[in-house]
Design a protein around this ligand. Structure first.
Ligand code: DGJ
Length: 726
């Protein structure tokens, strides 16, 4: 113990520059991590373990001793900062290992700590070691004080000569004070992604998880509120998410002391990892944040800033996204130079800046049964390759982008003939196809290398500035030809790691190229993939009314500069054909604008409207893509929706208001609820407000108390208000 205090004293000098963030006190030894408005405590227990103390808003901070159970070495620490399998446990373990002799119990003790700085932000590392086996665990906590967000991850190290089987290594665990809580998860399906669902967390475990390389059903992020609270702008909210794609698990656990534990990381279902001698296993990061009284909107704003400043690849994280055209809904697989040039000319006329050719450009891709794997231009469609089309697009003054689906292969391709062993498959079992395609085993080093090579060649030989990386089917028969049974069980983890590595290598070689993550619509939107991609495709559902719901859900977690929306002609059955183009545009303009309609079929008057809308969007896009976001009306509660953006310097704001149906009982904008109260403007300032027709100057006080009059009439009515400081 004496040695411990000396090391704490010494480290105390080292951490002086982080003293405001990470403080250490004695008797008991307690580390307090304080961000701008939140506090997190870790306490050293009498049996040399670590327990979690208070976690929550700074104003409610309490310092308490490790409770009786933890203080009594007869029982050992049951409330652990790093829960593991072994000992007198109540918590969901973050670590489960089996030693070479079959021992499945861990017994970890505290072995010191270190503080420092990683990428300009303070961290603390707690070291634990097993009392018998040469095995160590370190927990890192990195703090973003101004966002009240902590990142946690674990490093497991095998210092012995024998292999250790890791059956679980989650990223971390957080314990919230005892209370009744509601979980908000964001779960949907194809065409209705990111639907917020709020439910009471009852004793037991609720797990939100996925067993795939995509997560169209559940996004790996959450919010937690005291039970029954639903105010958008007020109330306490804990929130978090995982930097991992697809195959994740988040556990929400209430056990007998009624505090809530949130633990999560990679989903180890059907997986384990063999930790060889001297090897380390580094988990992905889990993040957690808390808002004292800002409601879900406050939590979203912190998450948006976090994603923009700490997740998205630099420097594109802070630059405005170009207005993009994508030809998928216009031409499907029927692409050729002539048809694409015809679309590109109109796209340029209306103001598009980036022209993207979707699926169908590569060898043998006439429908979903061919092509995937043979990643060179189809000789019949593009006899001279892609470059002639690219040159024409460039001459029109636009950049060029392409669609790819690197993780997939069709059985009819040359690649499959050469490498049938590269496909996920299990002996004596049917190899199932999905959308007529098979899954490449991206865990293999040769497949990873092949993918890096063809992507590099494509980008080196063609002037391409944008890649849409799609992934359209679920895993099945996750077998690995030629691998040992142990290695085969690592496939689900190695696969995702290799996807990140491929993207990392390609980005480094081609830093000007931006990437979009897509998976049958919004199946790949998470903090893991966003470290390597610049934007995402939230849904294949581009119906502008449905989009109000999808965008509402998405906006809880991820910022608008990652959320691409297209104006299309998709889904215009009898019911929807009367949706005005202005409504379709306003819905898509409420994030990153793209166009996906068949422009060759658009009437001249539509193109005139499109040109005006795109030009207006460009004037305000920086505020829309980089500003603070306020959800003014919840489309799930009414047949109306409204969002507001405020530039970071508060000099400019934009509001989009939508009325889907004019009803009397549904509180239309044109009766009792005709006003939208604004947020986030500068106090004591005057702003000019314009809806394109009327313009007036008014004080921010009025805008933030009485608000603006909306006056929307009829079904599918919408307005864009611009609000500029005078
Ligand atoms: C699914 C995507 O979500 C669509 O946008 C489109 O790219 C198709 N794949 C192409 O096959």
């Amino acid at each position: 113990m004496k040695k411990l205090f000396v090391s704490i004293l010494f480290s105390g000098l080292l951490i002086s520059c982080y003293a405001q963030v990470i403080k250490v006190s004695e008797n008991p030894v307690r580390w307090t991590i304080s961000s701008e408005n939140a506090s997190y405590q870790v306490i050293l227990t009498r049996d040399s373990n670590l327990t979690t103390g208070y976690y929550g808003p700074l104003s409610g901070e309490r310092t308490f001793e490790a409770d009786d159970w933890n203080a009594d070495p007869r029982f050992g620490t049951s409330i652990r900062e790093i829960p593991y399998r072994g000992g007198y446990v109540f918590m969901e373990p973050t670590i489960e290992v089996i030693f070479a002799d079959g021992n499945r119990e861990l017994e970890l003790v505290y072995d010191g700590y270190e503080t420092g700085e990683l990428d300009g932000y303070p961290y603390i590392r707690f070291d634990m070691k097993d009392i018998y086996y040469p095995f160590t665990v370190s927990e890192y906590i990195r703090v973003i004080p101004e966002l009240d967000i902590m990142e946690k991850w674990l490093v497991l190290k095998n210092n012995s000569k024998k292999d250790i089987k890791v059956e679980r290594a989650y990223s971390g665990s957080f314990r919230l004070p005892a209370d009744e809580y509601d979980l908000i998860q964001f779960s949907g399906n194809w065409g209705r992604e990111f639907i917020p669902r709020q439910s009471l967390l009852t004793p037991g475990i609720k797990s939100v998880f996925n067993r795939d390389a995509k997560s169209i059903q559940h996004t790996p992020a959450y919010m937690i509120r005291p039970h029954g609270e639903s105010d958008e702008f007020n109330g306490k909210v804990y929130f978090g998410g995982l930097q991992w794609t697809g195959n994740f698990k988040l556990d929400f656990v209430i056990e007998n002391n009624e505090r809530l534990q949130v633990a999560g990381g990679i989903n180890y279902w059907d997986s384990h990892w063999i930790l060889n001698k001297d090897e380390e296993f580094i988990t992905p990061k889990i993040i957690s944040g808390v808002v004292e009284d800002g409601g879900t909107n406050g939590a979203s704003q912190l998450l948006h800033q976090y994603v923009r400043n700490h997740i998205l690849p630099k420097p594109h994280n802070l630059t405005s996204k170009p207005v993009l055209y994508n030809s998928w809904y216009a031409t499907h697989f029927d692409v050729n130079e002539e048809g694409q040039v015809a679309l590109a000319k109109i796209a340029q006329e209306i103001g598009v800046e980036l022209f993207v050719i979707d699926d169908g450009w590569f060898e043998g891709r006439n429908d979903s049964r061919g092509g995937l794997g043979d990643w060179y231009p189809d000789a019949k469609k593009f006899p001279n390759g892609l470059q002639p089309l690219i040159s024409k697009v460039k001459e029109l003054g636009m950049d060029f982008g392409v669609w790819v689906e690197p993780e997939m292969i069709n059985a009819s391709t040359n690649l499959y003939k050469e490498h049938p062993e590269w496909v996920l498959q299990t002996p004596h079992r049917t190899t199932h196809e999905g959308r007529n395609q098979l899954v490449l085993n991206m865990a293999r080093e040769d497949v990873k290398q092949y993918t890096i090579e063809w992507l590099d060649k494509l980008l080196s030989e063609n002037d391409i500035k944008f890649i849409k990386w799609d992934m359209n089917r679920n895993w099945s028969e996750t077998g690995w030809v030629g691998a040992s049974p142990d290695k085969e069980r690592e496939l689900r983890i190695r696969y995702i790691r290799n996807i990140y590595e491929i993207l990392g290598v390609i980005r480094e070689k081609h830093p000007d190229v931006q990437f979009e993550a897509c998976s049958s619509g919004g199946g790949r939107v998470d903090l893991g993939i966003l470290r390597y991609t610049d934007q995402t495709w939230p849904s294949d559902n581009t119906n502008p009314e449905d989009r109000l719901y999808i965008q509402y859900g998405y906006s809880h977690l991820y910022p608008t500069n990652t959320m691409l929306n297209w104006v299309t002609d998709w889904g215009y059955g009898d019911h929807q054909k009367n949706i005005p183009l202005s409504f379709r545009f306003h819905s898509a303009m409420a994030a990153t604008l793209g166009i996906g309609g068949n422009l060759t079929a658009w009437e001249q008057e539509d193109k005139v409207i499109a040109k005006e809308m795109i030009s207006l969007y460009k004037k305000f896009r920086n505020t829309i893509q980089q500003g603070k976001y306020y959800r003014l009306k919840n489309p799930f509660e009414e047949t109306r929706s409204a969002v507001q953006f405020v530039s970071q310097d508060r000099s400019e704001s934009v509001v989009f208001a939508f009325q889907v149906y004019e009803t009397i009982a549904g509180v239309p904008y044109n009766s009792v609820n005709n006003r939208l109260v604004l947020h986030g403007l500068e106090e004591d300032a005057s702003y000019a407000v314009s809806d394109g027709e009327e313009k007036f100057v008014i004080s921010s006080k009025v805008l933030m108390s009485s608000g603006i009059t909306v006056n929307l009439k009829g079904n599918y009515a919408s307005k864009m208000f611009t609000i500029t400081k005078q």
